[in-house]
Design a protein around this ligand. Structure first.
Ligand SMILES: *Cc1c(COP(=O)(O)O)cnc(C)c1O
Length: 403
């Protein structure tokens, strides 16, 4: 076999479908978010980032940065080992305490990323529970899908955010088999929110465990930033809450929080937790500072929601279609991968606006979109420039405007 021809053919498939991924090379500037320098070859220009998941700009928070500096100087660069073999730094222990407190759970476990936490926890739970059935929302994140797939457990997919469909499946399943319901709170691409209370009711009725990915909600919702379950007073009813330290908390790493027994079980059996080096202590420490800050400061959340509302209003004023939802994510639907990429390129090249195109397989084909994520640091001028630039592209490309 000519291996190289094979790889090149697969890449050219992506080009012809218009969904070849091109990375935008940017240099963010702490203290100036959402502004960044864009590099093309040796050339640079200033751009405004409108697609970051550092939703609250905590990645430039002065206290977070100071902690990171201090702990690098105190503890060095890396953790020096897996958690089991010399890599458990005191800051990992403190971070896990902080997360227990955030979610009001008995225990927490930190992983190197949110992706790994889903992969490891779902795989371990679903593979070790004897004859487990996993009930999974059809729009769940790739990391959850992979974790379930690796477990080799039976998987039943329920319609997105549809508790009636879930109940239909639960009712038809053998009442004696262990069951795990896996879902997210805020879905990152449509920005819609799961009916968590309904799922908890069903879990109680049919004897299932609940597993909730709050990656796009932690830091952002709830009186202390514990997520949607915090906001709705449901944290105590969800068995496993999974989150990331990389989005609203602005750092890196993932975690689960749950009962002491569940966490100890995952800690003891999950390969993707056991056999990998722990997070750098400075990253763990910085995450603690970020979480602590957002527990007591609601200012970032309020400003964030204010900017989100303004962006929506201005886009509507210009007739630029965007999907309504109760969260902070503003999807501008395009519905075609080539056009989506073109719009993103135009925004970047002609208007200094960076919004990455979102194409298949991140979203279903035909629902390609520009996913706009406002932050508390976007100014009124930034918003105005975004709305006017999109409007200009709408005219240029002869697109239909919303009423
Ligand atoms: C980003 C994301 C993850 C992965 O989190 P990382 O910390 O970036 O690895 C998990 N779940 C969902 C829904 C996500 O969007």
């Amino acid at each position: 076999m000519n291996y190289n021809d094979f790889f090149e053919a697969k890449i050219s498939d992506l080009h012809s479908e218009g969904r070849y991924r091109v990375f935008t090379d940017i240099e963010r500037h702490a203290g100036k978010f959402p502004k960044a320098t864009r590099w093309v070859g040796g050339e640079k220009s200033e751009v405004t980032v409108w697609c970051s998941n550092d939703y609250l700009c905590m990645g430039q928070n002065r206290r977070v940065l100071q902690t990171m500096h201090d702990v690098i100087d105190r503890c060095g660069a890396g953790a020096g080992g897996t958690r089991n073999i010399s890599g458990t730094n005191h800051y990992h222990v403190l971070l896990e305490h902080e997360l227990c407190d955030l979610h009001n759970k008995e225990a927490a476990l930190v992983f190197t990323s949110g992706y790994v936490s889903n992969l490891a926890a779902l795989c371990t739970l679903a593979s070790k529970l004897p004859d487990c059935i996993v009930f999974s929302d059809e729009f769940n994140h790739a990391s959850m899908i992979e974790g379930i797939r690796h477990s080799r457990a039976e998987k039943q997919i329920f319609r997105h955010n549809d508790p009636d469909d879930l109940e239909r499946l639960l009712a038809a399943a053998d009442p004696n088999r262990p069951k795990l319901i896996a879902f997210e709170s805020v879905y990152s691409m449509d920005g819609d929110v799961a009916p968590i209370a309904r799922y908890c009711d069903l879990a109680e009725k049919y004897g299932a465990l609940t597993y909730l990915d709050e990656v796009h909600a932690v830091g952002l919702y709830g009186p202390r930033g514990g997520g949607i379950a915090d906001q709705e007073g449901l944290m105590g009813r969800v068995d496993v809450i999974e989150g990331t330290l990389a989005k609203a908390f602005g750092c890196m790493g993932g975690y689960i929080t749950a009962s002491a027994a569940i966490v100890d079980f995952v800690r003891s059996y999950a390969s993707a937790f056991i056999f990998t080096t722990a997070l750098p202590p400075a990253v763990a420490a910085a995450a603690i500072t970020s979480i602590q800050h957002l527990k007591v400061s609601a200012m970032e959340r309020q400003r964030h929601q204010g900017v989100v509302a303004k962006v929506r209003r201005r886009l509507s004023d210009f007739g630029v279609n965007h999907m309504e939802n109760p969260s902070h994510i503003v999807p501008v639907m395009v519905g075609d991968p080539v056009m989506c990429k073109q719009m993103s390129d135009d925004l970047l090249d002609h208007y200094g606006i960076y919004v990455q195109p979102i194409n298949y397989p991140t979203v279903p084909r035909g629902t390609e979109r520009l996913r706009i994520t406002p932050s508390p640091m976007h100014s009124d001028e930034d918003i105005e420039h975004l709305a006017r630039s999109l409007s200009a592209i709408w005219s240029h490309m002869n697109l239909k405007r919303a009423a």
